[in-house]
Design a protein around this ligand. Structure first.
Ligand code: SER
Length: 337
């Protein structure tokens, strides 16, 4: 029998990729505040449109389905979160608690471990200044955990919550583990199919999608701004690989995953090689610049490599030449949907 998998935030860009990748293998149940993209509707068993804060709804979903795995993707990204920090805290943290509560109740009832997979972010890091950022290069999981954004703080706290529900819930009064929490810290993600909303790494995907639509673009960070990025197929691959890894191989619960590291200027130049007419200028948004200046230049992937053999398929060049640019060309010329 196929397993049931719950995906929250299913309408987002990671949700799109994950649904497509898992549709054949599992019965997918999705939850999102917006109705699920019509293109995805035929791939899922049941879709719920509603709020992660609606406890009654979340309870009902867990009453109707037994889940082997939960992918909790629903969140408000960093720029959106800064516009309304208290609301972000509610969505990002209370939403996660609502889900973890139902997950542990169900797994206790079934006496079966449930995998709870969570995308965290480079936003959990907070480098104090640019010279330190320059010097640090590939950051390790335990370094500089001093986020300056509500989103970063929420993600870091949710990592801790996941570890709590997984290893210490009620100090494991009955000494059994019911939640198997696994987490990747994503860099900025770039997808050819979808645009992110409200993130601060969005300048890279926005550049690409503007160029592909024949539009000009004004970039909201300095040309030298460098953070790690990842092509969406690698993001999906990392989630699936981490989910499928035997628990005994996982010495950690939180893993950096890497793709490539590039500056805004380098991304502009590689896009211009394919879109000769693309025009771009820079107008720095101070708040967003301040955020990315605290994010690392790159991440150290050695734990993920050691425990589950992580290796990105896409580097800087082939992310653009083999994935983003050809796919975006197809999408915007109307050949793919
Ligand atoms: N892409 C996210 C953001 O910019 C970071 O995880 O908010």
């Amino acid at each position: 029998m196929k397993q049931n998998i719950l995906i929250t935030g299913a309408n987002g860009e990671v949700g799109h990729g994950l649904i497509t990748a898992l549709a054949k293998k599992a019965n997918l149940v999705t939850l999102d505040i917006k109705p699920l993209d019509k293109k995805l509707a035929s791939l899922v068993k049941k879709t719920y449109t509603g709020d992660i804060l609606n406890k009654k709804l979340v309870k009902e979903i867990f009453r109707r389905f037994d889940f082997e795995t939960v992918y909790h993707l629903a969140a408000l990204l960093s720029t959106s979160a800064e516009k309304n920090p208290a609301f972000a805290q509610t969505i990002n943290v209370t939403g996660t608690v609502n889900l973890l509560d139902q997950a542990i109740l169900q797994s206790q009832k079934r006496k079966k471990i449930m995998k709870f997979v969570f995308p965290s972010s480079i936003a959990v890091y907070g480098l104090p200044d640019l010279p330190t950022k320059e010097k640090t290069k590939k950051i390790k999981e335990i370094e500089y955990l001093n986020p300056i954004t509500m989103y970063g703080i929420n993600k870091l706290y949710c990592e801790k919550l996941g570890i709590y529900y997984s290893n210490y819930y009620q100090l494991l009064a009955n000494s059994k583990r019911y939640i198997d929490f696994r987490c990747v810290r994503f860099p900025g993600l770039i997808s050819a199919d979808t645009m992110p909303t409200g993130g601060t790494s969005d300048f890279a995907p926005e550049m690409l999608h503007a160029a592909a639509q024949g539009k000009n673009y004004i970039c909201f960070v300095r040309p030298d701004t460098t953070i790690p990025f990842m092509a969406m197929p690698d993001a999906i691959k990392s989630l699936l690989q981490l989910t499928e890894s035997p628990r005994k191989n996982l010495k950690n619960q939180i893993y950096n995953v890497d793709g490539f590291s590039a500056s805004a200027k380098e991304i502009e130049l590689i896009i211009k090689k394919s879109y000769l007419k693309f025009k771009m200028s820079y107008k720095v948004d101070k708040m967003r610049q301040r955020i990315v200046d605290t994010w690392p230049t790159d991440v150290d992937n050695s734990l993920a490599r050691r425990d589950w053999n992580w290796k990105p398929e896409f580097n800087f060049i082939n992310t653009f030449t083999k994935y983003l640019i050809p796919s975006a060309k197809l999408i915007y010329s109307g050949h793919k949907h």
